[in-house]
Design a protein around this ligand. Structure first.
Ligand code: NZQ
Ligand code: ZN
Length: 387
């Protein structure tokens, strides 16, 4: 096990009706805030009205910035930075999913910075200060509600890039599983794929002697595998929604990867797809993760066999561990398919014409991943395997 620091200070408020606490939680940080949300789902579901009522009851004034698109865009973030400066807003309240939260985090980093906020994403500057951010989460998926990361797409060049700083971890995250009842099935499934990917990015590590972290990963995966079909069959099953929502936060809260070198190659490879083709990140991962596994499993057949046995209950073939490993990858693909997710680039409606370009962009700053370091040719081979 590697030495580590584990410090995730986001206050999590979990359960039915908890969004009514948002006013009081926000008031602890500011009197005037930016209320940031997406394309309108929160208005349709009535959540917007409840949030506004809670803010007003607590005496919090707000300026609104709606319109965050999935795969959040830089231009709206720049608008948000200007709004915060103009109205001297001291806090950003994100009501929505990973895209809204990531947009809020980028605004938070951009407000106190004199240069262009994209400098952080281009690794030209380091985040030294940020406004505080709070979250009311409406989809179990990205884990941005406690993570230090923000992933943003710059329209020019279709560049999807990430930043990470502890300064960006939300101060609080309100998690009411009931808010996820209204998710379209495909969006629920994409969220599940992303949650599983966040766990697997940590599970597939070459660091030896990490038994507790491995078993936490396996347990979290099994929980999601059990409850995802139930949530799809009955979208208002509270237990299923609650287990998935909590798993989504745990999956990306850093706990599961402590003491290990994490991978993150599949995420880097996927971001090129959602950056250009504007597909949901989780759908991209459902295609890329199994292809990545197929490409790298021989590096550590035993780990992949353990994944098959412990997560998917595949029977161990001691004479041919490779067969067990491959059976685990197949089970993952079958599971994604059963949720209605694509598992090939063709199903995702991504053609072959830009694969070279994507592989080059993905590795422009050097090889990606840690389980196996992947250069441009490797990444291209993974895209080809995923066709
Ligand atoms: O915009 P609205 O109208 O709200 O609709 C959204 C959006 O269309 C809808 N939705 C959300 N909650 C809903 C709902 N519809 C009905 N009922 C609800 N309760 O769902 C759609 C997708 O929302 P989005 O926020 O894009 O989903 P997600 O949470 O999956 O976020 C994806 C983004 O997060 C990034 C991804 O790359 C992607 O850009 N990630 C961020 C990470 C981080 N910051 O730590 C880590 C992840 O690996 C990921 O890269
Ligand atoms: Zn992800």
């Amino acid at each position: 096990m590697e030495n580590f620091v584990y410090h995730n200070p986001t206050k999590i408020i979990f359960g039915k009706g908890t969004e009514t606490l948002v006013g009081v939680e926000t008031k602890a940080y500011a009197d005037r805030v930016l209320l940031h949300y997406g394309g309108g789902s929160i208005k349709k579901t009535g959540l917007y009205d409840r949030v506004v009522a809670s803010l007003k009851a607590a005496g919090v004034d707000f300026i609104e910035l709606p319109g965050v698109q999935p795969n959040p865009r830089l231009s709206l973030i720049q608008e948000g930075i200007e709004l915060c400066r103009k109205h001297q807003l001291q806090f950003i309240l994100a009501v929505g999913g990973g895209s809204v939260i990531d947009s809020a985090k980028a605004i938070a980093a951009g407000v106190p910075y004199a240069g262009d906020v994209w400098d952080f994403f281009a690794r030209k500057a380091e985040i030294k200060a940020a406004l505080p951010v709070g979250v009311v989460l409406t989809i179990a998926a990205a884990g941005s509600e406690t993570s230090p990361a923000s992933v943003v797409t710059k329209e020019e060049g279709a560049l999807k890039r990430d930043i990470g700083s502890d300064l960006l971890r939300p101060k609080f995250a309100i998690l009411n599983p009931e808010l996820t009842y209204t998710l379209p099935p495909y969006q629920t499934a994409c969220g599940v794929a992303d949650i599983m990917a966040h766990i697997m990015e940590r599970y597939f590590s070459r660091t030896p002697d990490t038994d507790l972290a491995d078993r936490l990963c396996e347990a979290t995966l099994r929980t999601v595998i059990k409850y995802a079909p139930i949530a799809l069959q009955n979208p208002t099953d509270y237990t299923a929604r609650a287990e998935i929502m909590w798993a989504g936060t745990v999956a990306h809260s850093d706990l599961l990867g402590r003491g290990k070198v994490e991978d993150w190659g599949s995420h880097m490879i996927e971001h090129e797809i959602s950056g250009i083709y504007d597909v949901p990140h989780g759908a991209g991962l459902a295609v890329i993760f199994p292809a990545w596994m197929q490409y790298v499993y021989q590096t550590d057949v035993n780990r992949f066999a353990r994944f098959a046995v412990r997560v998917w209950a595949v029977e161990m073939d001691f004479a041919h561990p490779e067969k067990t490993a491959l059976a685990g990858i197949e089970r993952l693909k079958t599971f994604f398919r059963s949720l209605g997710l694509p598992v090939t680039l063709t199903e995702l409606k991504v053609g072959t014409d830009r694969l070279e370009e994507m592989a080059a962009k993905c590795t422009a700053r050097g090889p990606v991943g840690n389980f196996v370091k992947l250069d441009k040719e490797d990444v291209l081979a993974i895209y080809q395997l995923a066709q």
